[in-house]
Design a protein around this ligand. Structure first.
Ligand SMILES: Cc1cc2nc3c(=O)[nH]c(=O)nc-3n(C[C@H](O)[C@H](O)[C@H](O)COP(=O)(O)OP(=O)(O)OC[C@H]3O[C@@H](n4cnc5c(N)ncnc54)[C@H](O)[C@@H]3O)c2cc1C
Length: 471
């Protein structure tokens, strides 16, 4: 335990810590994690920057309402076991969210230490990661309940939404089975977010923690094909659908069917889930290009372009139709990408993918844009500049402009009410139009974030528990 007591003035004088990062030039050629974590003394000092303010806005800023000041107080004392116990009770996947949450738009945005112009918020995300990793290293796994209820709950999809609901329900003692279409659990955490941001050993451990709580995970089960929602509702007492929004949107420009065009989902899945980075014969094939152009400005685009650099592209270019200020990607990813030599082309939109006479990509035709008034998203609309078209040579083009709901499951369950985009409609308790069937995460929201999916999972678990008590 750290007994050092800081005076309020000393606390205010501590500067925000810095994350140790792998050297930028080295990491642009490997898949090892970029952020290396905080040292113990640094974590304790950083936690002491929290002034334990009265209103605790950080808790409201967190979609799963982690008791942030409480776990920071434990870290500040050097009581990591105490901190881990609080985190694990509030957040089913803390080592993940500590790495991938857009903290700058959530808990850290409202941190009182970040207010007043020059202030810097407490590094809540990095401390969450520190405590979660400490918990894993010290085998501090969640404790399963002493007794089990008679109720059986099915979860569709093992992404962050499904896993969170599963953990919450198993903790209460319900018998939870997760059905996952792919051969490994984790959803986007497994097949989308690359190793250099979220090592798969972390996802493995988070999943193992849930299994330790009693959650059963059945992979290779495509709900809607292998089994239907009707079968699930007849066998289980309640169900939570969290099958994500995994169907990629495309650009709808000429040339999108050329060889060398990937959706970011396909490109990242081949590499992350199916190990295409491994050049051994028999592995999943992938094109390695000298120049790769990625379209988009979110986390998926950033992951695609940084992955293509690591796969050997000497020029890895991100083409985004708005400006840097409108990019939805996490600020840390943008910083890391710049350091790694990713080229950013702002205010350009694709007009066509260009092919050679054998049907392979040879380049893209782009048009320059300028920003007009805000559109429905609140961001300034990109407006084409006439006569500004130009060509850019590349061999691979990756499309990362969003995803939408996969109709595979919903098409087999017409009783599920959908909105015009094919997302499942739910009430304030995440209940769908079918009593006892709940839904959350990207299948309800459209492409959103890990922590919002987890928030839905947590809310749905509480509602499912209440529903089961009425049965
Ligand atoms: C490349 C990429 C990077 C991202 N980076 C970030 C980030 O840094 N920070 C952040 O907060 N968010 C990020 N996101 C968004 C975030 O990952 C998603 O919002 C989140 O994963 C949604 O969780 P979910 O549980 O709803 O669905 P998913 O994570 O999509 O999981 C759904 C699961 O359901 C399974 N499934 C689908 N259909 C069926 C079926 N019919 N039967 C059984 N199983 C099925 C899928 O295989 C999948 O495993 C990123 C997304 C992508 C694609």
């Amino acid at each position: 335990m750290n007994k050092r007591q800081y005076t309020p003035k000393e606390r205010m004088a501590i500067q925000r810590c810095k994350m140790v990062e792998q050297d930028a030039a080295a990491r642009a050629g490997n898949f090892k994690e970029v952020n290396q974590g905080l040292a113990e003394a640094v974590a304790i000092e950083e936690a002491n920057r929290c002034i334990q303010c009265k209103n605790k806005p950080c808790i409201a800023g967190c979609p799963v309402a982690v008791r942030i000041p409480d776990f920071l107080a434990k870290v500040a004392e050097g009581d990591f076991a105490g901190a881990a116990a609080i985190l694990q009770a509030d957040n089913a996947l803390p080592a993940t969210t500590g790495r991938v949450c857009p903290q700058e738009k959530q808990c850290e945005e409202v941190c009182i230490r970040g207010k007043g112009g020059k202030g810097q918020p407490v590094a809540i995300g990095w401390l969450e990661r520190y405590v979660a990793d400490w918990g894993m290293a010290h085998a501090s796994a969640p404790v399963p309940p002493a007794t089990r209820t008679k109720y059986k709950v099915a979860i569709v999809g093992s992404g962050p939404g499904g896993l969170t609901a599963a953990g919450e329900l198993a903790r209460i003692g319900h018998n939870v089975t997760v059905f996952e279409a792919l051969h490994a659990a984790g959803g986007v955490l497994r097949y989308g977010i690359p190793e250099f941001r979220l090592p798969k050993r972390i996802v493995d451990r988070e999943v193992a923690n849930l299994e330790a709580l009693g959650v059963k995970i059945e992979c290779n089960v495509v709900v809607g094909k292998t089994i239907t929602i009707d079968q699930i509702t007849s066998e289980f007492d309640a169900c939570f659908i969290a099958n994500g929004a995994g169907v990629p949107e495309f650009l709808r420009v000429p040339g999108e069917n050329l060889k060398g065009v990937y959706s970011a989902n396909e490109y990242l899945t081949r590499i992350n889930l199916m190990c295409a980075y491994d050049p051994q014969p028999g592995r999943t094939p992938i094109l390695r290009a000298q120049t790769t152009v990625v379209f988009g400005g979110g986390n998926t685009a950033m992951d695609g372009v940084r992955t293509s650099k690591r796969m050997g592209s000497s020029r890895a270019i991100l083409a985004y139709r708005r400006s840097r200020a409108e990019m939805p990607a996490r600020a840390e990813e943008v910083k890391h990408a710049e350091e790694e030599g990713i080229e950013f082309m702002f205010l350009v939109a694709p007009l066509a993918i260009l092919g050679d006479d054998k049907g392979w990509v040879r380049g893209v035709r782009l048009q320059k844009m300028e920003l007009g008034p805000p559109d429905a998203s609140g961001r300034r609309r990109p407006v084409p500049i006439p006569g500004s078209e130009f060509e850019l040579e590349c061999q691979v083009a990756i499309v990362a402009v969003g995803t939408k709901a996969n109709p595979l499951l919903t098409a087999t369950c017409p009783q599920l009410k959908l909105n015009k985009w094919g997302n499942i409609e739910v009430d304030a308790n995440q209940m769908t139009s079918i009593p006892g069937v709940f839904a959350g995460g990207d299948i309800v929201r459209g492409g959103a974030t890990v922590i919002l999916a987890m928030g839905d999972g947590k809310r749905a678990a509480a509602a499912i528990d209440a529903y089961l008590k009425t049965k």
